[in-house]
Design a protein around this ligand. Structure first.
Ligand code: NAG
Ligand code: NAG
Ligand code: NAG
Length: 295
């Protein structure tokens, strides 16, 4: 009997410890990320707007739940719809936030509420366990929405994950509401930029931190075209599928580093539907009731 009680006490303590570690880590990562915000938030600079935009329907704007002065002024990252309930984004976009995010889908306009605008609350944030803010490793996360996005195929739609291995110099498109030049304004209407997947050697030469799961893209003839601050988390779309996530860069108008979606297919699939944390919390409550009764 006594040993049973000890086991239960240990389990409860471990759970509390995990909770504390989680809270502390959250606190620390906040400090790290406040600095990183300046360096690593990217959006489209040197971009263009196609006459008919077939890609904006896949992209969402990620915001804080309360805008400051007008709708959309709190946009700070983007994401892609990979199922009606799941948004794919960068870990650095959401590692400091919890439960106070708003996902806005259905409109290429950042600042205007149209009849197609869908604002959705986030139920859970799932950050890759190997995410390292200092090195940008595994900069990938999922947002599980409280309600499904209504997909009409025109204004909002899920995009498939890239499963093909694409060769270097494949032409792709990055799009978002990021700054139109370094420290410049963010646009109301989403912007596109066409960039090419660069060979790994090219990427390695341009950062001291290049790890598995990273890739980079640029237009060698026009470095001005790429993601810039505010584009983070958004998709690099190649051959109709989301191939990479805007992750980090050193300046707008230089090659941008992305998280390679194809490297994380298993992680994305495993985590898109998991509800494990709810189960853990229920277990913790049951254990505590059990323990109190036993004492
Ligand atoms: C978080 O950081 C602040 C200031 O750095 C500190 O006062 C606070 O106690 C910390 N909270 C936790 C849970 O560690
Ligand atoms: C592009 O996508 C099509 C179908 O969506 C596929 O058949 C084709 O192999 C893909 N191309 C490359 C280079 O992966
Ligand atoms: C992306 O990841 C896949 C799977 O790990 C890999 O085969 C592919 O070469 C990567 N793409 C780039 C551009 O590094």
């Amino acid at each position: 009997m006594c040993s049973m009680k000890n086991i239960l006490v240990s389990i409860v303590l471990i759970n509390i410890l995990q909770l504390e570690t989680y809270l502390c880590a959250k606190n620390n990562s906040k400090i790290i990320m406040e600095d990183a915000k300046e360096k690593y938030r990217f959006l489209v600079t040197g971009g263009y707007r196609p006459k008919i935009d077939n890609l904006a329907k896949y992209v969402v704007s990620i915001r804080e739940k309360k805008y400051k002065r007008f709708f959309g002024d709190d946009h700070y990252c983007a994401g892609s719809i990979i199922s009606p309930k799941v948004i794919l984004t960068a870990a650095h976009c959401v590692s400091t936030a919890q439960y106070d995010l708003l996902v806005v889908a259905g409109t290429p306009r950042r600042l205007v509420v149209t009849e197609k605008t869908q604002a959705l609350k986030v139920d859970r944030i799932i950050i890759h366990a190997g995410y390292e803010p200092q090195t940008n490793r595994n900069d990938i996360a999922l947002l599980l929405l409280l309600k499904n996005i209504y997909e009409d195929g025109v204004s909002a739609q899920s995009i498939s994950l890239q499963t093909n291995i694409l060769p270097p110099y494949t032409k792709c498109t990055v799009l978002g509401w990021g700054r139109i030049f370094t420290s410049g304004p963010m646009p109301d209407l989403i912007l596109h930029a066409d960039v090419y997947i660069m060979p790994t050697e090219f990427c390695i030469e341009r950062t001291s931190r290049f790890y598995f799961g990273m890739m980079c893209a640029a237009d060698e003839d026009d470095f001005e075209q790429n993601a810039c601050h505010g584009d983070s988390g958004g998709p690099l779309i190649c051959n109709g599928s989301v191939t990479a996530i805007v992750a980090f860069g050193y300046r707008c108008g230089t090659p941008v580093f992305y998280t390679n979606v194809t490297s994380y297919l298993d992680w994305i699939r495993e985590n898109s539907f998991s509800k494990l944390r709810h189960v853990n919390f229920i277990l913790l409550v049951i254990l505590q009731i059990f323990l109190m009764k036993g004492v």
